[in-house]
Write a protein that binds this ligand. Sequence first.
Ligand code: FES
Length: 208
Amino acid sequence: MTRDDEPARKDDAPIDLGVGVAPAKTRAVRDETEISTGPDGSPLAAQPAWRQDFPIDWPVDQFVARRDFAKFLVLTSGAFVTGHAWIAAQHLVRSRRPPLPRTRVGSLSALKPGTSQVFAYPNAHDKCLLIRTADGEVLAYSQACTHLSCAVVPRLAEGVLHCPCHEGYFDLKTGRNIGGPPPRPLPKIELSIEGDDVFAVGVDERTV
Ligand code: FES
């Protein structure tokens, strides 16, 4: 008996390597546990769009993850570019601003160690605090809390500036936010001391 005359054995059945198999056919032979179904049992195509975007089972999760990853890349790249454009625009606007005025805001003889006073800078509605610490250091900050702009109150003995609106705290020596909701330090007023006179000459808007 020649090889051609032998009956085909079960082991000789062609092996499907999955090459060229239509996706629909592949899905048809999947194990039932691998097929995505909504919690109500109806097919995925009948589920609301949000459920298709956030599948809870593995097969579709794999499929959507790729699409979501592409979305994520596009969105984060867009946000990144927009953020940089915004920073560049801000920088341009700031660099073209006229320099702030040089304004006399107090005198050392009137500002005893351990006291503070309010002044306006650079405009009449921009309230600031001129502070002389117990060890004689002269500091100045914007009085507007960086949370929602309530007026901060110096507590010199405790070494802090306190915002009573939502219990925000700033360090007296640096103006940095150290407690409560304020997201960034108080703007620092740049000072120039000439003899007895204290001049405000600029504002350092800090973000960290
Ligand atoms: S306004 Fe200052 S903590 Fe909210």
